[in-house]
Ligand binder design. Sequence first.
Ligand code: F6P
Length: 327
Amino acid sequence: MKPDIKRIAVFTSGGDAPGMNAAIRAVVRTATYHDLHIYGISRGFEGMIKGSLNRLETKDVGNIIHRGGTILKTARSEEFKTNEGRKNAFESLLAYDIDACIAIGGNGTLAGADIFSKEYKIPFIGIPGTIDNDLFGTDSTIGYDTAINTAVDAADKIRDTADSHNRLFFVEVMGRHSGFIALNTAIGSGAGNVLIPETETSIDDLIANLKKGAKRKKLFSLVIVAEGNQNGDASEIAKKIKEKFDFYDTKVTIIGHLQRGGAPTCMDRVLASRLGFAAVEALVKGEQNIMVGIVDNKIKYTSFEDAITKEKPLDDDLLQMAYILGL
Ligand code: F6P
């Protein structure tokens, strides 16, 4: 049964991701098309607690589709994890007569939306926005494509200098819990080795691989390290390798938050536009407490519970391929 929805709010939460602005634009314009009043909440759940809501009109989202970051700003809210925080957030929504919310963010954002919508019976729709690509129920999350392009661009530049000096570089990319960025950066940049959270690669295995390369007169090498891998950060790993195998002069580069910024790729703009549009359409059809995603190029709805608890597996064949191609 379609609930009577007239006023909705949209917000971004957690780590920002390139393409979030394109999603906000699509949400605002689709809502306006359906004669819904739409409000933007500043700084995610923090702004919801503080009542930082502003009306958004079509013109407010002009000239943002190409911009990185989020015009609504974002935050990681500790207060929203408390009963008191969520109660205050609910009172803010009541004060503005908000009937439903659209949340753009990653795992933590959808987990917050899930608890809140169950507690206060407010319909929520989630849009997957995180560079990590670690949400079940969508082939890609908003920002992921831009992030891997940034990481590959950086790795290409490092390759030039690594080659000139015959050096071994450890290049750390983001991904606390998942290796999507690292694995695809490794394949795209032709790196010889990759360390990801999902698979254990011991320091000795890594050294064995590097030795194989050195034996074939490989004079430089790149190792892509996901920040959440099981051997520590790139500097720690570099130190451990150096102690046991000093054939190469070793350097470390952490790409860090560069991966979160910059203009979204066309892929991310299109993905964000489709998901923003689909989120409002879902609300209009009476859907609630689901994440909209795209699987095999089709819009798919996934319950919050599945989106946040089910694991999105990495393709083991890709890992094996990366290893073979990087030999
Ligand atoms: O979840 C996105 C992400 O960029 C992770 O890859 C990274 O570990 C984390 O956020 C960093 O968060 P913050 O910017 O809050 O330090």
